[in-house]
Design a protein around this ligand. Structure first.
Ligand code: ZN
Length: 323
């Protein structure tokens, strides 16, 4: 099976009340961890690449590694550009064999966002085979590679904008802002309460906005960015093995599970993979200070990422046996 676009995947996910995991990748071990986990769960999966990943690993390596994963697993896999900054970057990926792209013009005024998105959609849909396009309305706080928005400067998606935006752009899916945020520090401590163990509890997602958007766009796939949960077990392993991550906090998995049952068909997860990889490597080094073979410690990182992805597929996304 060749790489696929998101069209059929999202149609099934919408009807089935689950979401597809969109995991960021930038090296071989992460690609293997994600796709081996997906294989064991018989789950479809989206591997996404940011501008930062393209700079780090070179597009050609990423493309070939993802193709290798398709050959190795036989799963339906999408190769997706995360946060395409402009038409040129999207065009470059479409020409290079990506099966899906995101054009993120969400920081631009409404009309400009529509014009840029429309241009990408026209190019992507004319491509054979058809490349799907994700667009964004509203802005998330936080930091992800080249995308940086200060806390306090984020803005929720306005439901009254979505029908016109989707109609005029022709986009295939829409990322909305309902209170998720990029990075491992999604909320400032003062936005949160603390539980009895002193762990931060973030403000709840704005399900009212999600419901209003899905009422206005029946059957249309919605995307959530910045949806790592910053599982405290990994933060604890990192901090117990020489790390220093203070007050790292994410979106509770229960809320993401709820969103996946509604119109959300794609949930983006990046920081959680980074934390799992770092936890595995730090723990390995602490236990084996004499080791210097990268296969030993990166291999432990890969094992942790794979366990995490299996957990996400079964407990959060609900995409088990949907391949
Ligand atoms: Zn994002």
């Amino acid at each position: 099976m060749p790489l696929v676009n998101t069209k059929e995947m999202f149609e099934k996910a919408y009807k089935g009340g689950y979401a597809i995991g969109a995991f960021n990748c930038n090296n071989m071990e992460i690609v293997q961890a994600i796709t081996e986990a997906a294989k064991e769960c018989n789950s479809p999966v989206i591997l996404q690449v940011s501008a930062g990943a393209r700079k780090y690993a070179k597009p050609v390596y990423l493309k070939k590694m993802v193709e290798a994963a398709v050959e190795d697993t036989g799963l339906p896999i999408v190769l997706h550009l995360d946060h395409g900054a402009d038409f040129e970057m999207c065009k470059d990926c479409i020409d290079g064999g990506f099966t899906s792209v995101m054009i993120d013009a969400s920081s631009k005024p409404f009309e400009e966002n529509i014009a840029i998105t429309r241009k990408v959609v026209e190019y992507a849909h004319a491509h054979k085979p058809y490349v799907t396009v994700e667009a964004e309305l509203g802005t998330l706080a936080g930091i992800e590679d080249d995308v940086k928005v200060e806390h306090g400067s984020e803005s929720y998606t306005k439901p009254e904008d979505v029908e016109e935006f989707v109609r005029r752009t022709g986009c295939d899916s829409l990322a909305i802002a309902i209170g998720t945020s990029h990075g491992a520090y999604k909320f400032k401590p003062e936005q949160c309460t603390r539980d009895e163990n002193g762990v931060l509890c973030p403000p709840p997602l704005r399900f009212d906005i999600l419901e209003e958007v899905s009422k206005r766009l029946p059957g249309f796939p919605i995307v959530l960015h910045g949806s790592s949960s910053v599982n405290q077990e990994y933060v604890k392993i990192i901090n117990e093995n020489g790390g220093d991550l203070k007050d790292a906090v994410g979106v509770p998995e229960k809320q993401l599970r709820q969103a996946a049952k509604l119109a959300v068909c794609k949930i983006n997860i990046d920081s959680d993979l980074r934390l799992a990889m770092t936890a595995g490597i730090r723990e390995h080094f602490n236990a084996h200070p004499e080791h210097f073979d990268p296969r030993q410690y990166v291999g432990d990182g890969r094992k942790y990422v794979k366990e995490l992805v299996k957990h996400k597929i079964t407990e959060v996304l609900g995409s088990v046996d949907k391949a």
